[in-house]
Design a protein around this ligand. Structure first.
Ligand SMILES: [Zn+2]
Ligand SMILES: [Zn+2]
Length: 182
Protein backbone atom coordinates (compact mmCIF):
# COMPACT_ATOMS: atom_id res chain seq x y z
CA UNK A 1 0.00 0.00 0.00
CA UNK A 2 1.51 3.27 -1.02
CA UNK A 3 0.15 6.72 -0.74
CA UNK A 4 1.27 9.93 -2.38
CA UNK A 5 4.18 11.26 -0.42
CA UNK A 6 3.59 14.14 1.84
CA UNK A 7 6.74 14.18 3.93
CA UNK A 8 10.02 14.06 2.06
CA UNK A 9 13.39 14.40 3.76
CA UNK A 10 16.51 15.40 1.82
CA UNK A 11 19.19 13.09 3.22
CA UNK A 12 22.00 15.46 2.22
CA UNK A 13 20.54 18.08 4.55
CA UNK A 14 20.67 15.82 7.60
CA UNK A 15 23.46 16.58 10.05
CA UNK A 16 25.93 13.66 10.25
CA UNK A 17 24.95 12.93 13.84
CA UNK A 18 21.31 12.59 12.85
CA UNK A 19 18.15 14.51 13.40
CA UNK A 20 15.01 14.11 15.49
CA UNK A 21 11.69 14.79 13.83
CA UNK A 22 8.25 14.89 15.42
CA UNK A 23 5.33 14.18 13.08
CA UNK A 24 1.86 15.03 14.23
CA UNK A 25 0.26 15.82 10.89
CA UNK A 26 -2.76 13.53 10.95
CA UNK A 27 -3.20 13.63 7.18
CA UNK A 28 -0.04 11.51 6.90
CA UNK A 29 -2.15 8.61 8.12
CA UNK A 30 -5.70 9.79 7.48
CA UNK A 31 -5.10 10.06 3.73
CA UNK A 32 -4.08 6.42 3.54
CA UNK A 33 -7.00 5.28 5.67
CA UNK A 34 -9.39 7.19 3.39
CA UNK A 35 -7.73 6.08 0.18
CA UNK A 36 -7.92 2.41 1.11
CA UNK A 37 -11.35 2.81 2.74
CA UNK A 38 -10.05 1.19 5.89
CA UNK A 39 -12.37 0.75 8.82
CA UNK A 40 -9.98 2.49 11.20
CA UNK A 41 -10.79 5.68 13.05
CA UNK A 42 -8.12 7.77 14.73
CA UNK A 43 -9.56 8.43 18.20
CA UNK A 44 -6.48 9.99 19.74
CA UNK A 45 -4.09 11.94 17.52
CA UNK A 46 -1.22 9.87 16.19
CA UNK A 47 2.27 11.09 16.84
CA UNK A 48 5.56 9.78 15.53
CA UNK A 49 8.91 10.69 17.06
CA UNK A 50 11.63 9.72 14.63
CA UNK A 51 15.42 9.83 14.69
CA UNK A 52 17.02 9.86 11.25
CA UNK A 53 20.70 8.94 11.02
CA UNK A 54 22.37 9.24 7.62
CA UNK A 55 24.74 6.40 6.76
CA UNK A 56 26.93 6.01 3.66
CA UNK A 57 24.58 3.46 2.11
CA UNK A 58 21.27 4.84 3.25
CA UNK A 59 19.46 6.04 6.31
CA UNK A 60 18.67 4.51 9.67
CA UNK A 61 15.22 5.38 10.95
CA UNK A 62 14.31 4.74 14.57
CA UNK A 63 11.03 5.85 15.95
CA UNK A 64 7.99 5.50 18.10
CA UNK A 65 4.39 5.81 16.98
CA UNK A 66 1.71 6.54 19.56
CA UNK A 67 -1.97 7.40 19.65
CA UNK A 68 -5.23 5.51 19.64
CA UNK A 69 -7.44 4.04 16.95
CA UNK A 70 -10.84 2.38 16.89
CA UNK A 71 -11.64 -0.60 14.69
CA UNK A 72 -14.62 -2.94 14.45
CA UNK A 73 -14.36 -6.32 16.15
CA UNK A 74 -13.80 -8.93 13.47
CA UNK A 75 -16.52 -11.16 14.83
CA UNK A 76 -19.29 -8.89 16.13
CA UNK A 77 -18.42 -5.55 14.39
CA UNK A 78 -18.62 -3.66 17.69
CA UNK A 79 -16.15 -0.77 17.61
CA UNK A 80 -13.19 -1.19 19.93
CA UNK A 81 -10.32 1.13 20.82
CA UNK A 82 -6.69 0.15 20.61
CA UNK A 83 -3.83 2.18 21.99
CA UNK A 84 -0.94 2.47 19.57
CA UNK A 85 2.50 2.24 21.16
CA UNK A 86 4.79 1.02 18.43
CA UNK A 87 8.58 1.11 18.31
CA UNK A 88 10.21 0.71 14.96
CA UNK A 89 13.66 0.58 13.46
CA UNK A 90 14.22 0.53 9.77
CA UNK A 91 17.15 0.85 7.43
CA UNK A 92 16.43 2.27 4.00
CA UNK A 93 19.00 1.49 1.37
CA UNK A 94 20.21 4.03 -1.08
CA UNK A 95 20.68 1.95 -4.17
CA UNK A 96 23.40 3.88 -5.95
CA UNK A 97 23.09 1.77 -9.07
CA UNK A 98 19.65 3.10 -9.65
CA UNK A 99 21.18 6.57 -10.11
CA UNK A 100 22.29 5.49 -13.55
CA UNK A 101 18.90 4.15 -14.50
CA UNK A 102 16.28 6.33 -16.05
CA UNK A 103 13.46 4.48 -14.40
CA UNK A 104 13.25 3.14 -10.91
CA UNK A 105 12.02 -0.40 -11.17
CA UNK A 106 8.66 -1.23 -9.65
CA UNK A 107 10.04 -3.84 -7.29
CA UNK A 108 12.25 -1.18 -5.74
CA UNK A 109 11.46 -1.58 -2.06
CA UNK A 110 13.51 1.31 -0.79
CA UNK A 111 11.74 4.47 0.29
CA UNK A 112 14.74 6.49 -0.80
CA UNK A 113 14.66 7.87 -4.29
CA UNK A 114 16.71 10.38 -6.20
CA UNK A 115 15.40 13.81 -7.01
CA UNK A 116 17.92 15.48 -9.35
CA UNK A 117 20.67 13.33 -7.79
CA UNK A 118 19.57 14.31 -4.31
CA UNK A 119 18.56 11.30 -2.22
CA UNK A 120 15.16 11.85 -0.68
CA UNK A 121 13.56 9.72 2.02
CA UNK A 122 9.82 9.26 1.74
CA UNK A 123 9.17 9.50 5.48
CA UNK A 124 5.41 9.90 4.95
CA UNK A 125 5.23 6.51 3.23
CA UNK A 126 7.35 4.96 5.97
CA UNK A 127 5.10 6.29 8.74
CA UNK A 128 2.04 5.03 6.88
CA UNK A 129 3.58 1.56 6.62
CA UNK A 130 4.44 1.63 10.31
CA UNK A 131 0.82 2.38 11.21
CA UNK A 132 -0.30 -0.63 9.15
CA UNK A 133 2.21 -2.78 11.05
CA UNK A 134 1.06 -1.38 14.39
CA UNK A 135 -2.63 -2.19 13.81
CA UNK A 136 -3.91 -5.42 15.31
CA UNK A 137 -4.24 -8.21 12.69
CA UNK A 138 -7.25 -9.74 14.29
CA UNK A 139 -9.17 -7.09 16.23
CA UNK A 140 -11.50 -8.71 18.74
CA UNK A 141 -13.56 -6.99 21.43
CA UNK A 142 -12.61 -9.89 23.70
CA UNK A 143 -10.85 -13.17 23.05
CA UNK A 144 -14.03 -15.15 23.49
CA UNK A 145 -16.28 -12.82 21.49
CA UNK A 146 -19.28 -14.86 20.40
CA UNK A 147 -19.86 -12.84 17.23
CA UNK A 148 -23.04 -12.35 15.28
CA UNK A 149 -25.48 -15.22 15.05
CA UNK A 150 -25.65 -16.24 11.38
CA UNK A 151 -29.27 -17.33 11.84
CA UNK A 152 -30.98 -14.45 13.63
CA UNK A 153 -28.34 -11.73 13.29
CA UNK A 154 -28.17 -10.98 17.01
CA UNK A 155 -24.93 -9.95 18.65
CA UNK A 156 -24.46 -13.10 20.70
CA UNK A 157 -22.46 -11.26 23.39
CA UNK A 158 -25.33 -9.00 24.38
CA UNK A 159 -28.32 -10.94 23.01
CA UNK A 160 -27.76 -14.64 23.50
CA UNK A 161 -30.08 -16.65 21.31
CA UNK A 162 -30.88 -20.32 21.07
CA UNK A 163 -30.38 -20.69 17.34
CA UNK A 164 -27.25 -22.79 17.79
CA UNK A 165 -29.18 -25.22 19.99
CA UNK A 166 -31.70 -25.97 17.28
CA UNK A 167 -29.63 -28.54 15.48
CA UNK A 168 -30.96 -28.88 12.01
CA UNK A 169 -29.95 -30.83 8.99
CA UNK A 170 -28.44 -28.27 6.59
CA UNK A 171 -29.76 -30.31 3.67
CA UNK A 172 -33.26 -29.34 4.80
CA UNK A 173 -32.51 -25.61 4.46
CA UNK A 174 -33.84 -25.54 0.93
CA UNK A 175 -37.27 -26.58 2.15
CA UNK A 176 -37.38 -23.91 4.82
CA UNK A 177 -36.76 -21.17 2.30
CA UNK A 178 -39.39 -22.39 -0.14
CA UNK A 179 -42.61 -20.48 -0.06
CA UNK A 180 -45.67 -22.60 -0.26
CA UNK A 181 -47.99 -21.38 -2.94
CA UNK A 182 -51.54 -21.20 -1.85
ZN1 LIG B 1 -16.71 -8.83 19.26
ZN1 LIG C 1 -29.50 -16.52 16.73
Amino acid sequence: MQQPSSLLIALNDLPPKGKDIVCEEQSLWQKGLDEFAMDVRITHALKAVVTLTPLPEGCLIRGHLSGQVAMPCRRCAEEISFPIAWDFEDFENLDRNSAEQEEITLDEESLIFLDHDRPMLDLGALLWEELLLALPDNPLCKVDCLGICPVCGNNRNSNPCTCADKKTDPRMDIFRTLKIKK
